[in-house]
Design a protein around this ligand. Structure first.
Ligand code: ZN
Length: 153
C-alpha cells in the first residue's frame, strides 16, 4: 500500500470511529448556551450544548442525527474546543470555515482529526455536513437561539 492509500485509509477509519463512537455525545443539563443546527439537504440535525465559565468552555456536548460526516465533524469539534477560551474556539471556527466553506486557496490544511474530513471539500453538498456543527457552535457562542440552517433563508 502506498503512502497516499495509507493516509486515505487512516482518514476513513478516523471518520468511521468518530461517527460510530461520537465523543461528548450528551446533553448538558446545566448548559449555559445551546444552539440547534439543521442541514436540510442531508437531514443532519445537531444540538450543541456549552457550559461556559470565566470565558472558557468548561464543557461541551452535542446530540443529534446525521450522516457520518456530520457526526464525525461534531465529535472532532467537541474534542478540539473543550477547555479552550471562547476566543480560541472562535479562531478554530474561523479556520474551519476558511478551509471547508470558503475553500480559500492557500488556506492551511485542516488540523488534527479535521484533516480526515478534508476529502469532502471536493463535494460541495458534503461540505455543509462538515461545517454544520461548527456553525452551530458559533451560534451557541454568540448566544443566538435561532436555529442555524446551512441554507439561506
Ligand atoms: Zn450530512
Amino acid at each position: 500500500m502506498n503512502e497516499t492509500a495509507d493516509i486515505r485509509d487512516l482518514y476513513r477509519r478516523t471518520v468511521i470511529d468518530h461517527s460510530q463512537h461520537p465523543r461528548n455525545f450528551r446533553r448538558l443539563a446545566d448548559a449555559s448556551a445551546t444552539a440547534e443546527g439543521h442541514n436540510p439537504l442531508c437531514g443532519d440535525k445537531i444540538t450543541v450544548y456549552l457550559r461556559v465559565g470565566d470565558d472558557s468552555i468548561d464543557e461541551i456536548g452535542f446530540e443529534g442525527v446525521g450522516c457520518a460526516i456530520a457526526l464525525a465533524s461534531a465529535s472532532i469539534m467537541t474534542e478540539r474546543v473543550a477547555h479552550k477560551t471562547t476566543a480560541e474556539a472562535r479562531r478554530d471556527i474561523e479556520s474551519v470555515m476558511r478551509q471547508f466553506d470558503r475553500g480559500e486557496a492557500g488556506a492551511a490544511p485542516a488540523e488534527g482529526d479535521m484533516a480526515a474530513l478534508s476529502g469532502v471539500r471536493s463535494y460541495p453538498s458534503r461540505i455543509k455536513c462538515a461545517t454544520l456543527a461548527w456553525k452551530t457552535l458559533a451560534a451557541a457562542l454568540a448566544g443566538d437561539n435561532q436555529a442555524v440552517t446551512t441554507e439561506d433563508q
